[in-house]
Design a protein around this ligand. Structure first.
Ligand SMILES: [Zn+2]
Length: 317
């Protein structure tokens, strides 16, 4: 992707080298109701009693971040490692802090350019429907980070979006991981990831996320997982829609779409579970198979607009 000359977004914050403090309280939602759901009320209850319960609260937040559900945090889906306890994870994070800070300014600039491009595209796309696109914030962190409404995020969770503060959180270490661990190298692999998280922001602005959260409350776990897959595939679709815009701007390079497709394959539930456990458990899928993720990215790329992206009322197979 020829990104160097693109407008760089100003809605990016550099929090590399700062650790999310585990001794201070995250702001759970503030004036916003968007964090929503049972998760938030539970957190408020715990917040009210202070003292020792602070540590219970942190444990609850940690549980939710790692996949206990209800935190309202939307990740990329690559983290299948549920066997490691949260305590172990936190220790890993602390030990990795010094290692994680070695990301370069070129990568940071690249993210600013990709974010800027998503802003330009989605502002224009929303305008077509008479809507206003509110720009999300992108926080670049290393190790761990404190959100405003979704508790703590860590490198291990991978890139994620927090609806409560309308912010994408990315540790640039993931850029390396795509190449080294997930066999998905190239700048457009990372661009696909950023555009996927921006896709969750679009869902948040369109009210899809609120509907999703309330529908999920009334479902069994496997039904809720199946609904989550549809939400995630739509984020992949939106990523593809943006990629089409980038192509129209004449800045795609040979192999870029292939890089995105490779990344979409790498973060498929079946591929990840096969690697982690040597078998697949379709009931536990939350992001879709490699084939589905590639398919919906490509559908978005071919269509180039929001229309055609209703993964909730279409067969997704
Ligand atoms: Zn996602």
């Amino acid at each position: 992707m020829k990104w160097e000359d693109l407008r760089k977004s100003r809605n990016i914050k550099d929090r590399r080298g700062q650790r999310g403090s585990r001794n201070s309280m995250p702001n759970f939602g503030g004036g916003s109701n968007r964090s929503g759901g049972m998760g938030s009320s539970l957190l408020w209850l715990l917040l009210g009693s202070g003292g020792k319960s602070k540590w219970i609260l942190i444990a609850v937040v940690a549980f939710m971040l790692i996949g206990g559900g209800g935190s309202g945090l939307f990740d990329l889906g690559f983290n299948t490692d549920n066997n490691v306890s949260q305590t172990q994870r936190q220790e890993d994070v602390l030990q990795n802090d010094s290692l994680a800070a070695d990301t370069t300014d070129a990568e940071y600039e690249f993210l600013s350019a990709v974010l800027g491009s998503t802003e330009d595209f989605w502002a224009q796309e929303f305008e077509r429907y008479g809507l206003e696109y509110r720009y999300p914030t992108l926080v670049v962190f290393s190790g761990s980070v404190e959100t405003e409404g979704c508790g703590f995020g860590t490198t291990q969770v991978g890139p994620f979006y927090c609806p409560a503060d309308e912010t994408l959180y990315i540790d640039l270490q993931f850029y390396r991981d795509l190449t080294n661990q997930y066999d998905a190298p190239g700048d457009f692999a990372m661009a696909y990831v950023v555009a996927h998280e921006v896709g969750h922001h679009v869902q948040n602005l369109l009210g899809t996320m609120d509907e999703f959260n309330s529908a999920r409350q009334r479902m069994s776990e496997s039904q809720a997982n199946a609904l989550t897959v549809r939400l995630e595939l739509q984020a992949d679709y939106f990523s593809g829609v943006w990629a089409r815009y980038v192509e129209g701007e004449g800045i795609l390079e040979r192999g870029d779409i292939q890089e995105a497709m490779q990344a979409a394959h790498a973060v498929g539930d079946d591929t990840l579970q096969e690697e982690a456990y040597g078998r697949v458990m379709p009931d536990s899928f939350t992001h879709g198979t490699s084939q589905q993720r590639q398919e919906w990215f490509m559908r978005g790329f071919e269509s180039g607009t929001i229309e055609g992206g209703d993964t909730f009322n279409t067969s997704i197979d």
